[in-house]
Design a protein around this ligand. Structure first.
Ligand SMILES: [Zn+2]
Length: 99
């Protein structure tokens, strides 16, 4: 029981840290893109360690190269109810369905 509770607390802290890092990444991505990427990298590393899903937060950066999405670094196209987000850094394409 004690072990379980401790793990829950650790994950809670990890989640807070991830949110904080991604907020920082958002804030600096226009001025320092590499630093922003570093924050995303740290956040995803924490997420992996504590097996925390990033869910909606994933839309903020490229899953493959971890570069944060910025209007001049991605291409967004919509056709037939499908949104395609292309990362111009690594060429990774993600697709989303929209209603
Ligand atoms: Zn990419």
């Amino acid at each position: 029981m004690a072990v379980k509770r401790k793990k829950g607390l650790e994950r809670k802290i990890a989640r807070e840290r991830i949110n904080y890092l991604l907020d920082l990444a958002d804030r600096v991505k226009l001025e320092d893109y590499d630093l922003s990427r570093r924050y995303v990298e740290l956040a995803t590393r924490i997420a992996r360690k504590y097996r925390i899903r990033l869910r909606k937060k994933k839309l903020r950066f490229c899953k493959k190269c971890l570069y944060p999405y910025r209007s001049d670094r991605v291409r967004v196209r919509v056709s037939k109810g499908v949104v395609r987000v292309t990362c111009l850094n690594c060429g990774n394409v993600r697709r989303f369905k929209v209603k």
